[in-house]
Design a protein around this ligand. Structure first.
Ligand code: COA
Ligand code: MG
Length: 288
């Protein structure tokens, strides 16, 4: 699965921002037709994204297009405008049911067959950002074409009538619900946008908290946010070294017939080994 520590959005009709995005070394680029694009610019966003997919070299950045929500009335034209140019994935916002993912998956499969592309080569990432979406996560997360669930904090706060605060305590339950569903189905979990984009210290704190919760990455909206977020979701050299020591000493201790043992004055047993392996997998995905 493509590493997605930072997923950068820009309005799909903004050619300048799209061309800038491919120079940033960001893991994922998401050209938006939904809420970042004005209602009277939806058509322009479709043709601009199609042009970008045809003409620009995205390098190692993943190229994604976000369509409008299923049921908005725009979704069909959105997906049909971009699919012929083989994006790496489609992002569907405000998903509330398995059927909405299946709707897009069928259209994608038809395109893969029609063009002779590898089946499942175009992935789906979904936004879960409403009360119904959170309630139905159990069914939604089981969809086989899914790679990631993106939690939209602002939409979710609006959906439940919560007031957003800096520490985002009002979002904790839903963020953890998304993380649990992702862990159960081996998906990536992508955290909220820090909309106060000039405050990079707040971004760092929020990113590190998200990483501790179990998110694998975070949505960003400005180029300056990219390095901060990508660093926060890359295990530190210290964390990698400690994880390696756990893996090595665990093996030796098993051979001695001990399930639990002490390392630097702390108890190590199976769950700590599993966590260490997750750290190493994440470091590996980030090219460390
Ligand atoms: N992607 C790529 N480039 C971006 C960008 C983005 N999301 N946001 C800003 N830039 C570029 C600008 O074009 C500018 O480029 P330049 O130096 O070549 O002129 C540079 O980065 C600095 O931008 P800045 O002037 O600091 O930002 P701004 O005031 O123009 O825009 C926002 C601020 C928040 C309006 C803008 O960042 C934005 O639209 N972000 C995306 C919002 C979005 O897509 N929301 C929907 C999903 S949540
Ligand atoms: Mg949203």
């Amino acid at each position: 699965m493509h590493s997605r520590r930072a997923l950068l959005y820009m309005p799909g009709d903004n050619w300048k921002m799209i061309t800038k995005s491919v120079t940033l070394g960001v893991d994922s680029i998401c050209m938006d037709m939904e809420d970042g694009t004005a209602v009277n610019k939806k058509g322009e966003a479709r043709t601009t994204i199609a042009k970008a997919l045809q003409e620009l070299d995205f390098g190692t950045s993943e190229k994604l297009a976000r369509i409008n929500s299923v049921g908005s009335g725009w979704e069909k034209d959105d997906i049909e405008a971009v699919l012929p140019h083989h994006p790496d994935g489609i992002v569907i916002p405000k998903v509330e049911s398995f059927e909405q993912v299946e709707w897009a998956s069928r259209i994608i499969e038809d395109a893969e067959l029609k063009h002779g592309w590898k089946l499942n080569s175009i992935r789906i990432l979904i936004g879960v950002e409403t009360a119904k979406g959170i309630l139905n996560l159990k069914e939604i997360a089981a969809h086989p074409r899914l790679d990631a669930i993106i939690f939209g904090g602002e939409d979710f706060a609006a959906s439940i009538g919560a007031t957003r605060t800096q520490d985002a305590i009002e979002l904790l339950y839903a963020r953890q619900a998304v993380i649990v569903a992702c862990a159960a189905y081996d998906l990536q979990a992508l955290d909220i946008v820090t909309i106060d984009y000039k405050n990079l210290e707040a971004l760092k704190v929020e990113s590190e908290f998200g990483a501790r919760l179990g998110f694998s990455g975070k949505q960003v909206i400005h180029p300056n946010q990219v390095p901060v977020v990508q660093e926060a979701f890359t295990p530190s050299a210290e964390a990698i070294a400690y994880a390696r020591r756990i893996v090595e000493t665990f093996e030796a201790s098993q051979k001695e017939g001990k399930g639990a043992y002490a390392l630097d004055g702390k108890m190590i047993d199976m769950p700590l080994l599993k966590n260490a392996q997750k750290v190493l997998a994440r470091a590996n995905a980030a090219g460390k």
